[in-house]
Ligand binder design. Sequence first.
Ligand SMILES: Cc1cc2nc3c(=O)[nH]c(=O)nc-3n(C[C@H](O)[C@H](O)[C@H](O)COP(=O)(O)OP(=O)(O)OC[C@H]3O[C@@H](n4cnc5c(N)ncnc54)[C@H](O)[C@@H]3O)c2cc1C
Length: 463
Amino acid sequence: MLVNTDYLVVGAGATGLAFVDALAAAADVEVTLVDRQPAPGGHWLHAYPFLRLHTPSAYYGVNSLALGVDRIDQAGENAGYYERATGSEVREYFAEAAARLAQTGRVRLLTGHEHLGGGSNGEHVKDLSTGELHDVVVRRKIVDARYLETSIPATHARPFDVAPGARVIPVNDLPQTAGSAPSYAVLGAGKTAADACIWLLDNGVEPDRIRWIRPRDAWFYDRRHFQPLEQVGAIMEGLSLDAEAGASAASIDDLFERLEAAGRLVRIDPSRPATMYRGTMLSARELEAVRQIEDVVRLGRVRRIEAGRIVLERGETETGPDVLHVDCTALGLNNAPATAIFQPGRIVLQQVRFLSPTFNAALVGFVEASRDDDADKNRLCPPDPYPSTIEDWPRMMSRTWRTEGRWLSEPDVSAWVAASRLNLLQALPDHAAEPSVQSAVKRFLTHVNAAIERLKQFGEPSN
Ligand SMILES: Cc1cc2nc3c(=O)[nH]c(=O)nc-3n(C[C@H](O)[C@H](O)[C@H](O)COP(=O)(O)OP(=O)(O)OC[C@H]3O[C@@H](n4cnc5c(N)ncnc54)[C@H](O)[C@@H]3O)c2cc1C
C-alpha cells in the first residue's frame, strides 16, 4: 500500500500525541502517526499497577483535552494537592485523545505498525500483524517522537544476571507476588524504586523487612512546588528558589545545599551525599515513609543476583532464596544527547522547558505550524537534554530560562504559551495580585539573569 502524508510521526506516546494535537490545531495538514504497540500511550501501556503521574493531571497530556477534573485530593499522601491520574486513567485518556484526532479526518493512526526507516519509494512502515510493508511518501517532515523513548522495568533488558534459585520480579509484578515473601530487596535509586518501597509500606510490610539497593542517592523535588491553578503561587515560589540559589551558588555542591536549605529539593538521607538528579518529586508524606527504611546497600549497580548473594559494582552482599528482589532499575527518562529539533525534512522531539514533556512537544507542534524558517524555530525551541546528575542542573535551568526569555518577545508564541493547559504557570495572571505571588515573581526576576551568568561557571555554553 502507498500512503501519502504531510507528516509521518513515529511514536504515539505522550509526546507524539501532544505534538500532533497542537500541530493539527494550528495547521490544515494530514498526519500519519505510527506506533509498533497495539494502542497509543507509549510506556503508559506497561505502567506498574500502583503508578500515578508524579505531576498533577492538570498540566499533562494533549493541549485540546483536559485530563481529570482538577480535583484537590482530600486524603492519602497527595492530600491537599491536585489529583494525579493512575496509569489506567492515563491510558484511557490517550486512547480518547487519539480517537478525537482520528475523527478530524486529518490524522491517520496506525498502531501495530513499525517504522523501519527510509527507502527509495518513501518511508518503510511494517504492519506487524500481517508483515505487509507500506511505503509512506512524506510531503513535509518525519517526526521522531521516539528519540527520547522511555525505558521501564516491564520492557527493558535487565542490566544484571539472575542465577537459578534467585527470586527477581519486575516492579509490575509486585502486587501479585508480594504476599509470598518474608523479605524484599528493592533495586534502583529513582522514583520507581521509591514507589515500590512506599507500596510495600502501605501494604503492611514492616520497614525492617525491606532492603534498598541504591546505587546512587537522589535529589527529589518537594511536590508542593508543582501545584498549578489555585496553588500556582507554589510553582512560582519554587522557580524563585531556583533563581536565588543559582545566582549565589559558589559550586554545584553549594547550589544543591542552597536548594535543600530552601526546601526546594529533598534527599532521603541528608547525611549522605546525593549525586543523582532526575527531576522527579516526592510529597512530604512519601519522604517520611521511605525514610523508615534503614537497610540501604550503597555498593553501586547490581551485576548479578544469585540464590545467596548479590554481586554489585563495588562489592557483594548476602541475600537469600526467600528474598523477593524487585527490579526498578530501568533508566526511565531518556537523557540522549541534544540534537537540533528542527532539521531538514525532520523534527526530533526533545525537552525544551525543564521537565515539561507534553508541553514541549505541543509547543514544537505549534511552532512548526506557525513559522517557516528552521533557524528561527530552533532559536525558539533549542533542545535541553533530560538530567541525570547534579552537574546537569545548571545547564538545564539556564537553557530553560534563556529560552523562555525568547518566547516573551514573540507575541504569537507568548499567546500560545499563556493559553495552553499544558503550561504549568497558566493560572499565574489570575493570581498576580496575591502578595506571596508578587514576592515570588519579584525574587525570580531579580535573580534570574544573575543566575544565568553565574551558572556559566559550571560549564554551560553562552549561546
Ligand atoms: C514511570 C514514569 C512516570 C512518568 N510520570 C510523568 C509525570 O507524572 N509527568 C510528566 O510530565 N512526565 C512523566 N514522565 C515522563 C514521560 O517520559 C513522559 O510523560 C512521556 O510519557 C514520555 O512519552 P514519549 O512519547 O516521549 O515516550 P514513550 O512513552 O516511550 O513512547 C515512545 C513510543 O514510540 C514507539 N516507537 C519507538 N520506535 C518505534 C518505531 N520504530 N516504529 C513505531 N513506533 C515506535 C514506542 O512503541 C512507544 O510507544 C514519566 C515517565 C515514566 C517512565
